[in-house]
Write a protein that binds this ligand. Structure first.
Ligand SMILES: [Zn+2]
Ligand SMILES: [Zn+2]
Length: 237
């Protein structure tokens, strides 16, 4: 009966889909309307295992990644970076529509649940922001996504252990190779004993070259992490 008030309230002031503003009435429509969620295109093609670009040769590096060392054991991108995903991530990141972390987190879980992905995951870790960045934005969108995944997988989420100690230039202003240089040495593990021997799900919202996830993975491996799956909602262009 507790919900009757909510139901009435929802009839008068319905919750709306943050993407198209249609009222959310149908069962299961708690965050995104069915129409918008059905438009999300899952990325199911085989991809470069460095930068996650769709690439026909399985388990191999694309031409741009050849010669680079990647520290994660697998990279998984859940969806194609089209208008729906771009707007969802933008709303999550800049308009604080944090409820969107639920459907986006579900999308991540769906992607890592595909066969051959991983046997055991012990810990989810979001790509951290530098303190200054965190203060400016007020929250870390990767952390909200990691919490949504952690809850669904019933695994702990570690924040504050992998930290970003170097304030770097925005990766989006840099060319591909500059991005790898820019982020080098930017992260630190404060307590390696909590990382040692763990299989880790490393989470970010968008991946472009893989440079940031790769540097986090390098730092975590150096701290003793066993396996790392790097994942993002989508691959930026
Ligand atoms: Zn919608
Ligand atoms: Zn690549």
């Amino acid at each position: 009966m507790r919900n009757i008030g909510n139901v009435l309230l929802n009839l008068i002031y319905p919750l709306r889909c943050p993407l198209c503003q249609r009222p959310l009435y149908a069962p299961g429509e708690s965050y995104l309307c069915q129409l918008c969620s059905s438009k999300i295109k899952r990325l199911t093609l085989s991809t470069c295992w460095g930068c996650a670009k769709p690439f026909f040769e399985k388990e191999s590096l694309c031409f741009e990644c050849k010669g680079k060392k990647f520290y994660y054991d697998k990279v998984v991108v859940a969806a194609i970076y089209d208008d729906i995903i771009r707007r969802s991530i933008h709303l999550l990141k800049y308009a604080r529509k944090t409820a969107l972390a639920k459907p986006l987190g579900a999308l991540l879980i769906e992607a890592i649940s595909r066969p051959d992905c991983i046997d055991r995951i012990d810990l989810a870790i979001p790509v951290p922001l530098h303190n200054r960045q965190l203060r400016r934005r007020g929250f870390n969108q990767a952390e909200i996504l990691a919490r949504s995944c952690g809850q669904r997988l019933a695994i702990p989420v570690s924040t504050g252990n992998l930290i970003k100690t170097k304030s770097t230039l925005s990766q989006s202003d840099l060319k591909r190779d500059e991005r790898f240089k820019n982020i080098e040495g930017a992260f630190l593990v404060k307590k390696p004993s909590d990382i040692k021997g763990k299989n880790i799900l490393l989470i970010d919202d968008v991946l472009t070259t893989g440079a940031t996830l790769n540097e986090c993975a390098r730092t975590l491996k150096r701290a003793g992490a066993e396996k790392i799956i790097a994942m993002a909602i989508a691959r930026g262009l």
